[in-house]
Design a protein around this ligand. Structure first.
Ligand code: IMP
Length: 215
């Protein structure tokens, strides 16, 4: 059997961890957290203006702390009627240490008087992988379109999933999809599927080839 390669995930978000473990399950990879390795999750720098800048910052920091290949996910919700907010501030929309419930309540409040057009939204995810010996982080992106409901539904997923009605799913919210269905359609699922061949290349030590695929 192939040896497992350890990759550290630069996130303390249990929802992201569970989804990425499932999405990368076919690879001979063991995804561990900084908490697993260091006993606590350090606060990582995340002050960029784009998902890509933040994902790269977090992956670089996790690599520097551990010396291991490091994967980071920066993701969030962009709402048309809020001119793309909450965007990179999705986790901190209501306040700095907000819970998902507080963020969802804040989103519903801000959209109270907003019509269907303004409720059009998308989730975006950038995954960044920093690998020892490769200077440029590898980045990939995924995106899923939908709209913001007027009330919460479903118990699956995390974050804004109870409010995000996925295009093409008969009015169902992301939180009403099963785990496999969410992975199939989600921004993170798309990004992970783009990242898989890059990780596979890295595992076979063909680093140059992986950089070439990433462009
Ligand atoms: P980050 O840790 O700065 O990348 O923040 C990501 C935030 O975006 C999460 O805390 C959620 O609020 C939101 N988010 C990202 N991905 C998802 C998802 O798959 N479902 C629901 N909310 C998400």
């Amino acid at each position: 059997m192939a040896e497992l390669v350890t990759i550290v995930l630069a996130s303390s978000n249990e929802g992201k961890l569970a989804e990425l473990r499932s999405l990368l399950a076919e690879l001979p990879v063991q995804l561990v957290t900084l908490k697993d390795l260091l006993g606590e999750h350090p606060t990582l720098p995340e002050d960029g203006n784009t998902f890509e800048a933040n994902a790269v910052q977090k992956a670089r920091a996790a690599y520097q702390l551990t010396g291991l290949p490091a994967l980071a996910d920066d993701s969030g919700l962009e709402v048309t009627g809020l001119q793309g907010r909450p965007g990179v501030r999705s986790a901190r929309f209501s306040h700095e240490r907000a819970t998902d419930a507080e963020n969802n309540a804040a989103l519903l409040r801000e959209l109270e008087a907003v019509d269907d057009e303004g409720r059009v939204a998308r989730f975006r995810c950038v995954l960044a992988l920093v690998v020892p010996g490769v200077e440029q982080p590898l980045t990939v992106e995924g995106c899923v379109s939908g709209s913001i409901a007027r009330d919460s539904r479903g118990g699956g997923g995390f974050g804004y999933d109870p409010l995000f009605v996925v295009d093409g799913f008969e009015g169902r919210a992301m939180a009403e999809l099963g785990d496999a269905e969410k992975n199939q359609v989600s921004h993170r699922g798309q990004a992970a599927r783009a990242m898989k061949p890059l990780i596979a290349q890295l595992l076979s030590n063909q680093l140059d080839e992986a950089e070439r695929i990433a462009g």
